[in-house]
Structures are given as C-alpha cells and as structure tokens.
Design a protein around this ligand. Structure first.
Ligand code: ATP
Length: 340
C-alpha cells in the first residue's frame, strides 16, 4: 500500500481503470467524518481521479443526490464536527428495488467505486450491495463506540471520550459539593468501551457496561461503603445498554432501596456525537481516507480500513460486520484495583 502519486505527466498508472469515485457518510454521525471526506477527496484528486459526494448516505444514492467534490469544497472542514455530506438511515436501501435504483444512479453518474464512512450497519449494506452489483466498496469506520472488529480505532471515539470526560468533570464538582450520587448515562447500546474509558478517566466510583455483570456487585459495595463512611457523593457511569437498564431505571431502583441517598441522573445524550474532532480523530481520519483511496487503486473491494498497532490494515467487510471488538478485560481489572 502506498499513497505516493506514482505518476507520469501527473496521471496515476492505475487511473485508467478507475476514473470516478463516490464518497458518502452513513448511519450515526461521528466527529472526524469531515476529516475523512476531505482526505478521501484530496487523495483521489491527487491520483487524478474525479470525486463525487453522495448526500444523505444510501438514501441520497437512491434519490440521486450527487455533487462533484473539488479540493476547495473540502477546505476548512477538518476541524468541523458532523458531516458536510449529511448522513441518514435508509429503509429503502434494505430493499432490492432501492439498491437497484442506487446502482442505476451510480452508473448514470459514471461512479466506478465507493468509499463509505460509517459503522457496521453501513458496512453490512455495502457487503450486500457489492454482492449484487459490481461496484468496489471500501469502508472507513466512523462511530463513537469504537466497537468494530479488526481495528483498534474508529473515527469519532476520541472526541466523544473527551466530551464525556469534560462533562462529567463538571458534574463531579456539583456532586461532591452537595453529597450526591450521580448516575451518568453515556452512549453505548452494545459496547461499553466509551463508558469504561471515560469512567476511568474521571475517576468514577462504579462503571456499568453491557459486557460485564461484575460491576453490579461493585455498585452494591459502593453504596454499602457510602453508608459506613457517610461519604455519599460519587459518580456512576452507565453505558446505555447496561443489563440493569439505563441510568434512570438504575437510579430509581437505588432510590427505592436507599431513600435517604441524594441520587441524581444525567443523560449526556447527543453532545457526545458533536464537536470539533480531536487531533487524534483528525489524524486517524486522514490516514484512513488516504488508505481507502490507495486500496481502491490497488483493486481492493469489500474491505474496511482499520488501524492496528498504528498501521493501516484491510479487514474484509464480512469479518468486520460479524465479529465484535471485545472489551479489554485489563481495563475492567484496572478499575477494580483502583477503586479500593
Ligand atoms: P451506527 O454504528 O452509528 O449505528 P451504522 O452504520 O451501524 O452506524 P445503521 O443505521 O445500522 O448505522 O446502518 C446504516 C444504513 O446501512 C441503514 O440505514 C441501511 O440503509 C444500511 N444497511 C444496514 N444493514 C443493511 C442490510 N442488511 N442490507 C442493506 N442495507 C443495510
């Protein structure tokens, strides 16, 4: 893999086969998606390719929302959250009629290959589509959950993590001033990595995640310890997919069992998806964007670009969507050791 513009007269030797690529964002948005769009666009242009942006993900592909992207169109977006191409969830793309319309639009606009920036749902769609139609597709993982198999990192995770830490630090001040226990819900329906790492970073007393039940015991211990020491302030981070329910439900149960405790709930919600991406997200997005174009030029298809040990790697969509990035048990152990 090599991102050098290996050209004679400024034209990449592999360009003849591939002339125009499409790029789009799909599923949940994540900070750093714009940096990825910029990198894909600039890398493709530097190889002499034309670039088309498809607005509103697969739905826009079906509806023909195609726009030409030039270098200036992606100027000044590396620091912007969200996605300039907009994103969407498309029910129509789940149907073969919808996918046929999408394919016909790609042909109409002479798009030879696609880069999809999104999560596992978007890659499942890409896999289905590329099995039906001869359109090479390469994915860039953009999701704040960091739960994709085959990559150490997904775009948006670091920004979301820092957003959570900043918000919880503020809540912690008021929690300790009033002697309150705050149950703070962070995003993660199936993945607790954001909760686990943010909990460690803020010094949370307990972290409840879908991957581990042991933490429920930790919550009981924490509440019991609070009674003994009369130290009743604290932070409990709850991943929204925790087995006991979200933060509201858990706080209700705790209040019923311990009516004398001053329990509060804070659901961080969509602030976790927004904001200017961190340097780490911008750099990861840029590396993956360049690698995605390289992969297409190397005739790769149906793969996701990942980052493993600081190197870009290719992961087949079939693996990326079936398997899950498991939680690092060491982190759970670290939390247990620290919380004496
Ligand atoms: P996030 O992780 O933030 O949820 P995602 O990429 O997983 O992002 P999804 O909503 O799961 O988001 O998927 C995005 C889109 O991909 C769906 O709206 C749908 O259009 C398409 N898609 C998902 N699964 C399939 C499938 N089996 N067949 C065709 N298209 C699919």
């Amino acid at each position: 893999m090599n991102s050098k513009v290996n050209t004679e007269n400024g034209v990449s030797p592999k360009r003849k086969k591939l002339q125009k690529i499409g790029v789009f964002t799909s599923g949940g948005d994540a900070p750093g998606m714009n940096a990825a769009i910029r990198a894909v666009t600039r890398a493709a242009l530097s190889h002499g390719l034309q670039v088309v942006g498809i607005r509103h993900g697969y739905q826009g592909m079906i509806e023909g929302q195609f726009i030409s992207l030039h270098s200036s169109d992606v100027s000044g977006i590396i620091n912007q959250g969200g996605t300039i191409l907009k994103t969407a969830r498309s029910k129509d793309f789940l149907t073969s009629e919808g996918r046929e319309k999408a394919y016909l639009n790609l042909k109409k606009h002479d798009v030879d290959a696609l880069v999809v920036i999104g999560g596992d749902g978007s890659f499942t769609g890409a896999l289905v589509f590329s099995q039906e139609y001869d359109i090479p597709m390469v994915g860039i993982p953009g999701t704040i959950d960091n739960d994709m198999f085959g990559t150490d990192y997904t775009i948006g995770y670091d920004t979301a993590l820092n957003t959570v830490v900043e918000a919880v630090d503020k809540i912690k001040d008021t929690a300790s001033s009033h002697g309150r226990i705050f149950f703070i819900e962070v995003m993660g329906r199936e993945a607790g990595l954001l909760a686990l790492n943010s909990g460690i970073a803020v010094g949370a007393e307990v972290i409840l995640i879908p991957e581990s039940k042991e933490q429920h015991e930790e919550l009981k211990k924490f509440l019991a310890k609070g009674y003994k020491t009369k130290e009743t302030s604290g932070i409990v981070i709850v991943a929204e997919g925790d087995e006991m329910g979200g933060a509201i439900k858990i706080a209700q149960t705790v209040t019923e069992e311990h009516p004398d405790l001053d329990v509060r709930v804070s659901i961080l919600g969509h602030i976790q998806r927004g904001g200017s991406p961190t340097a780490k997200d911008r750099v990861a997005a840029t590396r993956m964007g360049v690698a995605a174009v390289d992969a297409l030029l190397d005739d790769q298809k149906s793969i996701m670009i990942g980052l493993k040990n600081e190197k870009t790697v290719h992961v087949p969509f079939s693996k990326a969507v079936k398997l899950h990035h498991s939680i690092d048990e060491d982190l759970i152990e670290i939390q247990r050791v620290i919380n004496i």
